[in-house]
Design a protein around this ligand. Sequence first.
Ligand SMILES: Nc1ncnc2c1ncn2[C@@H]1O[C@H](COP(=O)(O)OP(=O)(O)OP(=O)(O)O)[C@@H](O)[C@H]1O
Ligand SMILES: Nc1ccn([C@@H]2O[C@H](COP(=O)(O)O)[C@@H](O)[C@H]2O)c(=O)n1
Length: 204
Amino acid sequence: MALTIAVDGPAASGKGTISKALAAHFAFAHLDTGLLYRAVGAQLLQGADPLEAARSLRAEDIDADALRNSAVAQAASKVAAIPEVRQALLDFQRAFARRAGGAVLDGRDIGTVICPEAEVKLYVTASDEVRAERRYLELSAKGQDVTPEGVLEDLQARDKRDSERATAPLKAAEDAILLDTSELSIDDAVARCVAAVDAVRNAG
Ligand SMILES: Nc1ncnc2c1ncn2[C@@H]1O[C@H](COP(=O)(O)OP(=O)(O)OP(=O)(O)O)[C@@H](O)[C@H]1O
Ligand SMILES: Nc1ccn([C@@H]2O[C@H](COP(=O)(O)O)[C@@H](O)[C@H]2O)c(=O)n1
């Protein structure tokens, strides 16, 4: 049974890790929608007009590794507050969600705006300190010059901007299943999400 699975949550909560694992488990396609905003944010940093960048974005041109740093993350959350930028990225995300064979999309507004009809909605959180520690370990392992304090500040600034913006703010859909991963291993978090999806598939 092909489903749309919407996974939302704040920065570094583990939603991308869970989404990738769900897509692999159920053989669904996966879209990390944050990469779309990061790609537009990266172009802003190079002096481009963000709306032009969003309108001309080609998903196949996105180089995920080059976009995973704090400067691009901050720029992404700034362009993400521009309603016209969000609008320019909407059709691509909705078309992806409807693809045959099932899809997992992760982001901030998937369950509320992009796919309010998704059969499964997950909202993944973890404490600020746990998220910052995980992101610090990830970025420093890649050789990036980061400090634990700087990473924590970066996450908190982004979460504030993302949850306070007027258009499509970060929030859980009313019918989302909430999962706090602060004290869960990746395997345990994924197992809980697989069980939640299985429950919907078995009921359908
Ligand atoms: N349950 C967990 N236990 C330990 N580490 C985890 C767990 N979940 C995710 N991680 C690690 O935390 C980091 C952030 O996870 P991930 O990239 O999945 O978060 P995200 O919510 O998709 O972040 P972003 O919104 O910034 O893209 C990664 O290094 C990942 O391996
Ligand atoms: N559906 C989404 C996804 C992302 N954003 C914005 O992009 C920033 C980067 O996202 P990551 O998931 O890669 O951390 C994020 O801080 C949001 O501002 C969004 O608005 N909607």
